[in-house]
Write a protein that binds this ligand. Structure first.
Ligand code: G3H
Ligand code: 13P
Ligand code: ZN
Length: 321
């Protein structure tokens, strides 16, 4: 099956009320684990590649790995640039055949962000590629100052519903990553903090009321940082902090039902791979065949992805909708 466009995947996901997993890849083991889990669970899939992944693995290697994944599997797979930071990088990926790119101008003032995003959209749409933009800043719940700073005030860090409408209208972007208290990495929340799901609902409603339909939203920073993986890493010599915390799966569930159609997961894959490698090293300190520690680690990532697509994103069984 050739690479698929996220636009088609989004339309089906919105209709079926499930979310698409967008999993970051940097090497062969991650690609294999993710694709095998999704193939076995019949889940549509977005494989995403960051600028750092391109630098680490070499764009040609990653491209060939994805071509291999597409040729050995039957599920629809889209390939997406994660957090593209310049027009030039997005153009390069579009020219290389990516079916989707993200232009992340979220650090820029609204007008500059919209201008950059529109430039990428204009080029991408001429070349049959889909674009994700971002509005608001992914600084996490601990930096929301409420109404005065990070609340609904337009100077705040969370995505403002009216600005989301304006941004989509000005840029014609195909999907929008929102800031609702989400953040990247393994230390997302303190205590009992959650995503601001009311804000998410308000953004979704504003887009609908503005005539933009059931518009696809994207949730970055969607790793749950499972306690069991953190404990396993620490049991086998790791030193992750006590305060490692991710997005509760129940929050993802509500985000999914509210229309977060693309859910980005990287940290949880890193944790699973690390736990697998640490365990293998600790149990077999004499082992030095990479297959003996990367193999079990790959299996752990596969189990994690299987759990996500079946129980959290609910896209299992929807590959051939
Ligand atoms: O959002 C960022 C992703 O987790 C990719 O991270 O830039 O370290 O590859 P990276
Ligand atoms: P996590 O760090 O929560 O896995 O988020 C990944 C992400 O948003 C990639 O763009
Ligand atoms: Zn992200």
């Amino acid at each position: 099956m050739p690479l698929t466009h996220t636009k088609e995947l989004f339309a089906k996901a919105l209709k079926g009320k499930y979310a698409l997993g967008a999993f970051n890849v940097n090497n062969m083991e991650l690609v294999q684990a993710i694709v095998e889990a999704c193939e076995e669970e019949k889940a549509p899939l977005i494989l995403q590649i960051s600028k750092g992944a391109r630098q680490y693995a070499n764009p040609v290697y990653l491209k060939k790995l994805i071509e291999a994944a597409v040729s050995v599997s039957n599920i629809p797979i889209a390939v997406h640039l994660d957090h593209g930071d310049t027009f030039e990088l997005c153009k390069q990926c579009i020219d290389e055949g990516f079916t989707s790119v993200m232009i992340d101008g979220s650090h820029l003032p609204f007008d500059k962000n919209a201008e950059l995003c529109k430039r990428v959209v204009d080029y991408a749409h001429k070349h049959n590629c889909v674009v994700e933009g971002e509005l608001g800043q992914l600084v996490g719940a601990q930096h929301d100052d409420g109404e005065e700073g990070g609340g609904y005030s337009k100077g705040g860090v969370y995505t403002h519903p009216d600005e989301a409408v304006e941004f989509v209208k000005q840029t014609n972007v195909d999907s929008l990553a929102v800031a609702i208290g989400n953040s990247h990495g393994a230390y997302k929340f303190k205590g009992t903090q959650h995503l601001n799901l009311e804000r998410l609902k308000a953004i979704k409603k504003a887009l609908l009321d503005a005539g933009l339909g059931d518009y696809p939203l994207v949730l970055h920073g969607a790793s749950s940082v499972p306690k069991a993986l953190v404990q396993e890493i620490n049991q086998y010599g790791g030193k992750l902090g006590e305060d490692a915390a991710g997005v509760p799966e129940a929050d993802i569930e509500i985000a999914r039902r509210t229309g977060c159609t693309k859910v980005n997961i990287d940290t949880d894959l890193r944790l699973a791979l690390t736990a697998g490698i640490r365990k293998a090293f600790a149990e077999n300190p004499k082992e030095f065949d990479p297959r003996k520690y990367l193999g079990p680690a790959r299996a752990k990532v596969k189990d994690l992805v299987r759990h996500k697509v079946k129980n959290v994103l609910c896209c299992a069984g929807h590959a051939f909708d």
